[in-house]
Design a protein around this ligand. Sequence first.
Ligand code: NAD
Ligand code: DAU
Length: 352
Amino acid sequence: MAILITGGAGFIGSNFVLDWFEKTNEEIINIDALTYSGNIKNLESLKNNSNLFFLQGSINDKTFLKKAFEDFKPRAVINFAAESHVDRSISSPENFIQTNIIGIFNLLEISREYWESLVLDSKNNFRFYHISTDEVYGELKPDDPSFKEDNPYIPNSPYSASKASSDHLVRAWNKTYGLPTLISNCSNNFGPFQYPEKLIPLCIINALQNKEIPIYGDGKQVRDWLYVKDHCSAVRKILDKGLPGETYNVGGNNEKTNLEVVSCICDVLNKIRPRENNKSYKELIVHIEDRPGHDKRYSINSSKIFENINWAPKESFESGIYKTVNWYLENPEWLKELMSEEFKKWMEFQYK
Ligand code: NAD
Ligand code: DAU
């Protein structure tokens, strides 16, 4: 038995692989194109694990995908691969259309062809699981109820529009061809191995270098934060117990404004790595021009996954952020290697 995953060298995908092998020895075939945000060293601790296979390649390459299915005959596919950063989708949307829409179409088609060739139990038990985002539902007003699975799709950024498109394709492949699909729409993840273009790791690394911590606009935008290990446990449960054709929202019950998130990180750093001048890291916070089309608030109603699958997050925001800050402090080598020309160019482009 084996599962095939895509994007397993990225932030959530690599956490998923590490978490998987803490629980089981079932084989994983990890397909990843190793774009700027993919880092195979995230899986260094599993380098001697003979049940983990890595294939470098893109979901945009159908021939490559077909061969992987023929060689490994997976019982399920989980798609983590995506272009994932909203700001990059605003400055260069094309890659998002290519990977998040055309790539998913390719993966669906190759999976369908493979699934149709299966017999009896293998066919019934096969799953195509697509990892998606709460951003497809658009933004909420302060008093609006949290997103439920039947909320309309109102995406506002090129990123969320591309993810919404992929969700629609997955749904159609279930309704039209009967492919046994699963979708989960998750809130903002945080934890180890997150590429430092995203708010939480960016705040940590800038603070540690005494650089400004950039907050878009007034910083009152609200996100729901989920510790990545909790997301991994939700994905395992949905794969195991989710019903084909269904969608599940996954949230952390941690709604916070961006200013609250950044202040909390500064408080942790003040305690465990005080600045040489003993001033608070909060002094580094600066407000800069807002993100175009910036969604004001996301909030997840996770009652379906709780009631139907018996999943709930274990980590609080405070305990998760403490672990996350500590992880970045303990892994300076991982960070140093990411400080490539590509990363510097992005920072220069986005923040100057
Ligand atoms: P990430 O950017 O850290 O990782 C993406 C991975 O996909 C990288 O390893 C990259 O090399 C790989 N990849 C990109 N294009 C590819 C292609 N064409 N073929 C094969 N591999 C390719 O992203 P992440 O934060 O780990 O997000 C993973 C998934 O979860 C995405 O689908 C994202 O939309 C979704 N998601 C993320 C969050 C979050 O907070 N990070 C929340 C909800 C949903
Ligand atoms: O909601 C789920 C989504 O969460 C995922 O689908 C995306 O893949 C993931 O990147 C994330 O999107 P966000 O845009 O919410 O994450 P980001 O870390 O980029 O930003 C979080 C909030 O912080 C957002 O309101 C924008 C703000 N922000 C971000 C950066 C990078 C700042 O104020 N300053 C910054 O420098």
